[in-house]
Design a protein around this ligand. Structure first.
Ligand code: PMP
Length: 396
């Protein structure tokens, strides 16, 4: 079989597993009307599958900042941060992230994916160890593979399993990087950060926390799980993305170790790619200000999350362990998940379909992402539709 035929074979396997499922992935959104509504095909749909947690994609402040940057700095930097792609805006945003997290330094990357790839592969290498949660995002796995460090996984949020693996490492723990997430992207649950910090200190490891889904969502000023738990000073490195609450694209790492700056000279995902466009940086800077002062948005977001989680739970859906902006219905198999996903779209509700191997432990998920711009009526309508479909497809 040649390389092209191998791709045909992979496509055939996918089609045989899920004959009607091919169109469910990457479905085009034709027009976007607001943070909560868009057109897919000829349907006006309610958006419940975006990561736009604070609902800021159409905020006038962000749009105006992006317009101004386009007018004054052009469409793109056309180069890497190491060459011609460091503008004053990139540096200013790095400083703003460092200030936000009360850290001494910060680095901006072109995507959140690259923030993890670049930070992890810059911090550890051959001979070092990474100890990661088994539900980690692909960017964490890929960063670990790129680094060449030995990868050890512990069972999701299982501190007994984590300590067992730390004990086995013996004196190698000083060159071990523990990586966890604030809110996990698949089931929406939070890391037990206090216990993780305790173990990190007991075994002298280094700790990296990815706040991709928790930035803007947790804590009084939206720092994430570090703020909710009061553990900011205990974390060595925090990564995050601009593509969720900050509603643009890009990523960052902040730290109180000034040595983080060395990554600018060694980290390939930072060096060998073009920097974020000026408009992206400008809208992210505007969004960060709104996020810091967004406690009312966070209140509305949590009201919406709790309303939907409680409704789906009462109906009988199997859900992730706690409410949050990511609410995943766990289905028994891919066919059931596809049926529910199609049913929701037929009722003009767009959510995410996540099937193995993308979901952990072979799970099939229909994942909702709630945002602060959803109205109570929209959330109630989503809950009622899930309820109707449960009776139709899932009730025994
Ligand atoms: N980390 C986590 C936990 C994520 O869920 C994601 C994206 N879903 C990323 C990093 C990557 O971010 P981006 O999509 O902005 O590249």
């Amino acid at each position: 079989m040649n390389l092209i035929e191998k791709l045909d074979a992979a496509a055939a396997v996918r089609k045989s597993l899920l004959p009607d499922g091919v169109g469910a992935f990457g479905i085009p959104i034709e027009e976007v009307y607001s943070a909560t509504e868009a057109r897919i095909g000829d349907r006006r749909v309610l958006l419940l599958g975006t990561n736009n947690y604070l609902g800021l994609t159409f905020s006038p402040e962000c749009i105006q900042a992006a317009h101004e940057a386009l007018d004054t700095e052009g469409t793109g930097t056309t180069g890497s941060r190491m060459a011609n792609g460091s503008y004053s805006g990139h540096r200013a945003l790095e400083q703003e992230f460092a200030n936000f997290y009360e850290c001494c330094t910060g680095i901006v990357f072109t995507t959140g994916y690259q923030a993890n790839l670049g930070t992890i592969s810059g911090l550890v290498g051959r001979g070092d160890t990474v100890l990661i949660d088994s539900d980690s995002h692909a960017s964490i796995y890929d960063g670990c593979i790129l680094s060449g460090a030995e990868i050890i996984r512990f069972r999701h949020n299982d501190m007994i399993d984590m300590e067992k693996r730390l004990r086995r490492l013996g004196d190698r723990t000083t060159t071990t990087l523990i990586i966890v997430e604030g809110i996990y992207s698949m089931l929406g649950d939070q890391a037990p950060l206090a216990e993780i910090v305790q173990l990190k200190n007991k075994y002298n490891c280094t700790l990296l926390l990815d706040e991709a889904h928790s930035l803007g969502v947790l804590g009084e000023t939206g720092q994430g799980l570090v703020e909710k738990t009061g553990l900011l000073k205990e974390i060595d490195f925090i990564t995050g993305t601009f593509s969720k609450s900050l509603c643009s694209i890009g990523g960052f790492c902040v730290s109180n170790h000034p040595q983080l700056d060395q990554l600018r000279y060694i980290s390939h995902p930072y060096i060998f790619t073009a920097s974020p466009s000026p408009a992206t940086i400008a809208s992210t800077r505007a969004a960060l200000k709104l996020l810091r002062n967004g406690s009312n948005l966070r209140k509305q977001l949590w009201k919406n999350c709790t309303q939907l989680y409680t409704h789906l739970n009462t109906v009988g859906y199997k859900l992730g362990p706690e409410p949050g902006p990511v609410i995943a219905a766990i289905l028994d198999n891919p066919r059931q998940a596809l049926q529910l996903w199609h049913g929701l779209l037929e009722h003009n509700i767009y959510v995410n379909l996540i099937l193995p191997p993308a979901a952990p432990d072979g799970k099939s998920l229909v994942r909702c992402s709630v945002n602060a711009a959803h109205t109570n009526e929209q959330i109630a309508h989503v809950g009622a539709t899930f309820e109707k479909l449960y009776q139709q497809f899932l009730a025994a």
